[in-house]
Design a protein around this ligand. Structure first.
Ligand SMILES: C[S@@+](CC[C@H](N)C(=O)[O-])C[C@H]1O[C@@H](n2cnc3c(N)ncnc32)[C@H](O)[C@@H]1O
Length: 271
């Protein structure tokens, strides 16, 4: 295997930080492995040639694959179930009181292959049973096209859905051979879209609840702060922000802490 030189590695990290706001300097082996296979697939003689191609913008598909290869898509249904329990027992009852009439708007930022958005939609479905809730819309965004394609497909293997409660499996999945397909009623409230947290117009509108879990953890300090400000701007007053367990929003003028990596937009700080 032809290794990346230190200069090529630094150039790769600078490009990733500029394009995606990600800090990858601690992940040299992983980056080299993933990008070596890609460079070979494209039959390019060196990493310098590969980086020239990606930076030139001449091959949009290669650029999309680059974005997909340098991002981490690990996710699963019911991830951090205690946070979903908070939504069911605290956030949803509060929204029900506070917003009885207009639709509830939810954003999943960094939705990967769809498991988080589908879990949320199943939770909404359960919660709305025997209640008359307004419609709930879930906008799910990601930078990776292949991840979004898998999310839109919404078909998973048995091992993928092993954390889903049995009753939910029978209600919210239909069997397709060896695979399991998310049913239409759960899909209907979700729109999967390509958008990059950090881009000026990526978030559009304002949300009552934003889930942005295990995304900021890979961001540079600067990109993290900018993303948190952006998420804050796009939350309704008192809206909820759910982060991953290794992620913190420190600015108490913007967010109050509800525990369990869940925050609430400060009442006084209206956009
Ligand atoms: C580790 S997954 C987290 C998936 C899910 N939120 C969870 O917690 O299970 C992180 C996802 O964030 C996406 N991502 C990274 N940077 C992003 C950005 N600037 N805007 C939108 N999505 C991004 C990646 O493509 C990846 O699919």
């Amino acid at each position: 295997m032809q290794h990346m030189s230190d200069t090529e590695f630094e150039r790769t990290c600078t490009l990733i930080s500029r394009v995606l706001g990600l800090e990858m300097r601690a992940k040299r082996v992983l980056l080299e492995c993933r990008l070596t296979r890609e460079r070979e697939r494209l039959e390019l003689p060196s990493f310098t040639a590969y980086l020239n191609l990606i930076e030139s913008g001449a091959n949009p598909r290669a650029f999309q694959r680059f974005v997909d290869l340098v991002t981490t898509h690990y996710t699963y249904f019911m991830r951090e179930s205690s946070q979903f329990s908070f939504l069911e027992h605290v956030a949803f009852p509060e929204l029900e009181q506070r917003i009885p009439e207009r639709p509830w708007k939810i954003l999943c930022a960094g939705c990967s292959t769809g498991e988080e958005a589908y879990t949320l939609s199943m939770l909404v479905e359960e919660y709305s049973r025997s209640r008359s809730l307004p419609p709930v819309t879930i906008r799910a965004i990601d930078v990776s096209e292949p991840a979004l394609e898998a999310a839109r497909r919404g078909i998973y293997s048995a091992s993928h859905i092993d954390k889903v409660p049995l009753l939910w499996k029978s209600l919210y999945f239909s069997r397709e051979g060896e695979q399991f397909r998310v049913v239409q009623s759960i899909r209907n409230r979700i729109t999967f879209q390509s958008a990059k947290l950090g881009d000026a117009n990526a978030l559009r509108g304002s949300y009552d609840l934003i889930m942005c879990r295990n995304v900021l953890i890979y961001f540079t300090q600067d990109a993290k702060e900018r993303a948190l400000n952006q998420l804050h701007r796009h939350l309704e007053p008192q809206g909820f922000l759910v982060l991953g367990h290794a992620e913190i929003a420190r600015d108490r003028e913007k967010f109050t802490y509800e525990g369990n990596s869940i925050y609430r937009k400060q009442e006084a700080s209206i956009r």
